[in-house]
Design a protein. Structure first.
Length: 255
């Protein structure tokens, strides 16, 4: 039963064949030498789980991905910690390996296809109660098709009791304008940009919002804006990661 619990919670990789679970000796050996994780942010060694999560993602093993997530949830790991310290590094590793040629595009697509369902299941996790702290519009500018970072940021904001409207990938500038015009208690507009070819669309979105009279802070993050300044992009803030973006929006609540 101990071994079965390790398999069920994702601590021990295994495959099922003919009604039986099969475990590789190498994986069993790795489990024996793996240090136990202490509960509490900053003490949990989530980095050791990145290779395991990568393998589950690229193989399209949805149940395996959830077992890893659920085991960490049961150990006291919150959504923010799981996403930033485990899910994001795993997706970054897959993306880097694809660019290097050690992973196929099929691996990358299988992994990306599982993330929305994982985020949907994480959304059922109880969230902090209390009054919503204001609205953040999240989305990707025209030609930006990579919507996963925006979806992750949406869930992280909800975890901090913000209301969020996620407009998704490839959003026309006027859609941002229309949604902001209907918004109540709007705190900020956050853009996610992963490819440089979408920077022109970002600038168009910002120009349209400014022309429509919106003065709320505009924030952008993503690998395409690394090394660029807010002035170059016409926005108010460029953030280098999810936690920096979350902490920045926290400061807007009382401003």
């Amino acid at each position: 039963m101990t071994v079965y619990r390790y398999v069920r919670t994702g601590l021990l990789p295994a495959t099922k064949d003919g009604g039986m679970w099969w475990v590789k000796l190498a994986d069993l050996g790795n489990l024996q030498v793996s240090p136990s994780a202490e509960v509490g942010r900053g003490k949990r060694d989530l980095a050791r789980l990145v290779p395991r999560l990568v393998n589950a993602l690229v193989s399209g093993d949805e149940s395996g991905v959830w077992r890893i997530a659920d085991s960490q949830k049961q150990a006291g790991c919150g959504i923010e910690e799981f996403c930033i310290d485990l899910l994001v590094p795993a997706m970054d590793k897959i993306g880097n390996e694809w660019q290097e040629g050690s992973r196929s595009i099929a691996d990358e697509h299988r992994a990306s296809a599982l993330v929305p369902s994982l985020l949907g299941r994480l959304r059922t996790t109880p969230r902090p109660s209390g009054r919503k702290r204001g609205l953040v519009i999240v989305g990707c500018p025209p030609t930006e098709e990579h919507s996963i970072p925006a979806s992750i940021f949406e869930e992280l904001l909800r975890g901090r009791r913000f209301e969020v409207q996620n407009l998704g990938a490839n959003t026309p500038p006027l859609s941002f304008v229309d949604v902001c015009a209907d918004a109540d208690r709007l705190l900020a507009v956050a853009f996610s940009v992963s490819v440089a070819t979408s920077l022109e669309g970002l600038r168009t979105c910002v120009d349209e919002l400014r022309s429509a009279g919106f003065g709320e802070p505009m924030i952008v993050g993503g690998i395409a804006v690394v090394g660029l300044s807010a002035g170059e992009l016409g926005v108010d803030h460029v953030v280098s990661g999810f936690r920096e973006g979350l902490d920045l929006i926290e400061t807007l609540v009382g401003s």
